[in-house]
Design a protein around this ligand. Sequence first.
Ligand code: OGA
Ligand code: MN
Length: 280
Amino acid sequence: MASIDDLDIRPLWEGFGVEVLGVDLATADAATQDEVVEVFHRHGAMVIRDQSLTPEQQLTFTRRFGEPETNPGAQFTIPGLQEVYIISNKVVDGKVIGNWEAGQGWHTDASYRERPTMCTMLYALEVPPEGSDTLLSDLCAAYNALTEDEKAAYDGLQIQHSFRALREMQGRKSAYGEEDLDDVVHPMIRTHPADGRKALWVSTGTVKGVIGMPNPEGLDLIERLVAFATEPRFVHAHKWRVGDLLIWDNRCTLHRGTKFDLDKYVRHVHRTWVKGDRPV
Ligand code: OGA
Ligand code: MN
């Protein structure tokens, strides 16, 4: 059984993210798993390499981070395991078995909830040899790069996030299940509970404006800040290998998927989500 001494943790990108080697999550002891969780909270993103996880084992590991989300009524989950969502263009018996275009624009997961998803775990069972990178932007680095005047101006602003806006834009109810949620308001500058670091917590797709600021100014401001936060200097591309478990922290990152040749390649990924706290 892997123990804490076997953990090999390295920086993944400069100043952001870690790569974890030397651990088999299917058999790792509790202390090792908890150390992995602890490290995760301080680095924004983590790639744990060379895993071989059943959906049940992924869910068991997910529970060490907190309470899994259940994807109520969503079409593409593992039968009997509502918490494990299937991102896939794989065809079985003439039918696509997953949602193959999860998250193409810059976003942070489920920001339309009162308690948005804390972290997202994607486990790669099959990946294309080219394309389909997952891009992550470091919103703490973006915040730190603002001028003092900008920090002061944005601190205290609040953004309206909307589930209905997202569903209307995407027009695919089945991907979201039967839920219907009222709009919520979250701070633009978000403080990370682990160590107090601040993030420029903007997004696209779910946002309807800035509270107290008329549109289009409000939406223009958000759009400008997303463009800033996703400048190449803040963005890291994860190139997938089979067996990767990629975990990102939605409290301090934006992410998006990228395209690949759907006719040529299969991308088959299992996703779990951990419930978060109300942003502050
Ligand atoms: C998601 C998502 C991107 C990807 O599952 O929330 O945005 O690369 N996925 O699959
Ligand atoms: Mn997403």
